[in-house]
Ligand binder design. Structure first.
Ligand SMILES: Nc1ncnc2c1ncn2[C@@H]1O[C@H](COP(=O)(O)OP(=O)(O)OP(=O)(O)O)[C@@H](O)[C@H]1O
Length: 641
């Protein structure tokens, strides 16, 4: 077909593909709206009453205290001492204010009145200083606890995700629940600060309102009424905030994931050469606007809550000041007490406001912490519950008996009843069309998944009874989509599990995959960081990365070696070197090679051909190549050019 060269036109950038035949613009598709409908797809606040919501506060205070105590006991004691000091300072401040007001407001020469008030004024200064010192020390103690507490929460989350059974990762809503839990970690940054300020506000408020109660019992209830609407308003505000967050979890999760892809240098070529830049910009903007729309839709509700609570609170506050003015004007309280009451009202009001602000923040935190706890519990339920047995001796035999595995949410099993026996020293090649269950089969053999039905056993021991960590000390896997770890070359080979103190084995593994020379040419040899996006990092080619992935598996010297499409990106020399290696080390292990390069299956002792999760045929290369079955058909197709 002849293609005409069309000169660039001065048209605005198109956000999507256009129908080149007709010139009509086809709008780009909007990002799919992803909502999970599983049993966890329920906003935990839907059924929570206001009382239940308030009842969370003491719980979250206790929870924060427990977490902080586990992190740094002496800092928690310091915080407690500061809270007591805050209360005492507030009490002393009001008491001395009262003592100072009497002489100041009495009749007589100014100098004499000030002289009389001096000790009380000094007391006020000391109490104020004590209050400030308590708050500075609190900030210091918080600074000691918070970073470690956040690290604890973050590490717990990362470990929980790494530990769950691999099958759970495919479960409905796993990623969204994980994303919601991440917010718990984020809130960890302010959790101790909010709790400390809340406790200090309670302490100050109790002391100040106690003083106010002594001065005039009428005023306290008024004052409380002035602040309660603000408290209710703040909690409702936090609730609306959380609802918005909850509604946006799915979209935020997708956006964050996609953002990683869009901004990763790994996909730069693909994005540019496929003209995806406008679409990705459109996609990101569209999903962000969707999130914004939900957030903005909540704004009027928030405004109504804030206006109503402020108005009601304002009315009660006006009444409070009116009562105080009335009492003072009618001589029912002496001027010194009225003046002290003004300070006490201000102190109580400030403490109550702080209590409300930090109480609402704690309530907010409580919601995210609940998500985090729920996720940790969810992950703990899905942590491997296998036995603790470790295999004695070397792996001699791996066996599948009518093994079945179905991915969560799928109707048909990916492996639908496979029986197979592998012995030490054997090379098994697994072939078959896309989606026939080859990779899933290797996951069953390696114990990454447990069979839903049937058994998988190593040396006659069912995998359900074996400790998975000790099992995986014996395996090495080159997956189809292997990780390009942003680590240095050495760590990319050892995967953090060096076998020796020197680099000899690392160099041998690199030599075996034909990568030694290329690595020696890197600026820092084995110490070169393999991440272009970091300072000092460098990048390998696709085939070099694949060779490195093979070097990892060889370095481990595993008893079960699984290579899933290990040479798909390699040149002929690299592929040849890897296959030679596999053959030369096969004697000491069980080797499984999944491949679409049927010619490569010649190195195998046995080949199985998978179709729809079952073994359609098996045998040696010669038997299958001349057998007239699926293998022979695929082989013929691979040479028909
Ligand atoms: N994580 C997953 N969650 C849900 N279904 C999956 C998952 N991984 C694979 N499947 C499904 O299981 C079936 C078998 O997939 P598998 O990856 O084992 O096939 P394969 O033979 O290795 O394919 P290929 O040759 O394309 O690598 C497919 O239908 C696939 O859609």
């Amino acid at each position: 077909m002849k293609r005409d060269l069309v000169p660039a036109q001065n048209t605005p950038p198109d956000t999507g593909p256009s129908d080149r035949g007709t010139g009509a613009a086809v709008p780009p598709p909007a990002p799919a709206e992803i909502r999970y409908e599983g049993r966890y797809a329920k906003n935990p606040l839907d059924e929570a009453s206001f009382g239940q919501m308030c009842a969370r506060l003491p719980r979250v205070l206790g929870q924060t205290a427990r977490m902080a105590w586990a992190t740094d006991k002496s800092a928690v004691l310091l915080l407690a001492a500061c809270t007591v000091l805050t209360a005492v300072a507030a009490g002393l401040l009001l008491t001395y204010t009262r003592h100072a007001m009497r002489p100041i407001l009495a009749a007589g020469p100014v100098a004499e009145r000030l002289h009389q008030a001096l000790p009380a004024l000094l007391g006020i200064a000391i109490a104020a200083a004590a209050g400030r010192i308590a708050s500075a020390l609190s900030a210091y103690a918080d600074g000691r606890i918070t970073p470690r507490l956040t690290t604890e929460a973050d590490s717990a989350l990362v470990e929980a995700v790494c530990r769950v059974e691999a099958a759970a990762r495919a479960e409905d809503g796993f990623a969204d629940r994980q994303e919601a839990a991440e917010m718990g970690v984020v809130r960890g940054h302010v959790m101790v600060q909010d709790a400390t300020r809340f406790a200090a506000a309670v302490a100050r408020m109790v002391t100040a309102s106690g003083v106010l109660l002594v001065l005039n019992p009428l005023m306290l209830p008024q004052l409380l009424l002035a602040v309660v609407p603000a408290a209710v308003g703040a909690i409702l505000h936090a609730r609306i905030n959380y609802e918005t967050h909850y509604a946006n979890v799915g979209d935020r999760n997708v956006r964050q994931n996609m953002r990683g892809w869009v901004t990763s240098p790994k996909f730069t070529d693909e994005i540019r050469a496929n003209g995806m830049v406008p679409y990705l910009g459109f996609w990101h903007r569209t999903i962000s606007e969707r999130i914004d729309r939900r957030t903005l839709a909540m704004a009027p509700r928030m405004l109504r809550v804030v206006l109503a609570s402020s108005a009601i609170g304002g009315v009660f506050l006006t009444v409070t000041w009116a009562v105080l003015a009335y009492l003072a004007a009618t001589g029912r309280i002496e001027p010194a007490i009225a003046a002290t009451a003004v300070v006490a009202v201000q102190t109580t009001l400030a403490a109550l406001s702080q209590l409300v602000i930090n109480g609402a923040a704690m309530f907010h935190t409580a919601l995210y912490l609940a998500d985090m706890e729920a996720f940790l519990a969810f992950a703990a339920e899905r942590a491997p519950k296998r036995g603790e047995l470790a295999l004695a001796g070397s792996v001699e035999e791996i066996r599948l008996d009518e093994a079945v595995y179905r991915y969560p949410g799928k109707d048909t099993p990916a492996v639908a009843g496979v029986s197979l026996t592998l012995r030490r020293g054997e090379i098994l090649a697994v072939v078959g069309e896309n989606g026939s269950g080859k990779s899933t089969l290797t996951r069953l053999l390696a114990g990454i998944f447990l069979a839903d039905q049937g058994t998988v056993s190593w040396n006659g021991h069912d995998l359900t009874g074996l400790d998975p960590d000790r099992l995986w000390e014996r395996s090495g896997l080159v997956p189809q989509n292997f990780a390009q770890w942003p680590l240095n070359v050495r760590d990319n080979v050892t995967l953090g599990q060096p076998l020796t103190f020197d680099d000899d084995l690392v160099r041998q593994a690199l030599e075996a995959v034909g990568l030694r020379e290329a690595i020696e040419e890197l600026p820092h040899g084995l110490d070169t960081l393999l991440a272009r996006e970091f300072w000092g990092g460098t990048e390998l080619s696709g085939g070099q990365w694949q060779r490195l992935a093979c070097a990892r598996a060889l370095y481990r010297q595993p008893e079960l070696l699984i290579l899933d499409e290990p040479t798909s990106q390699m040149d002929a020399r690299g592929e040849h070197a890897i296959l030679e290696q596999i053959k030369s080390i096969a004697g000491g292990r069980i080797t499984i090679v999944v491949t679409h390069q049927l010619i490569n299956t010649q190195i195998a002792d046995k080949i199985i051909v998978m179709t729809r999760g079952r073994i359609a045929e098996q045998g040696t290369y010669d038997q299958l190549a001349s057998g007239g079955g699926l293998f022979a058909e695929l082989l013929a197709l691979s040479t028909d050019r």
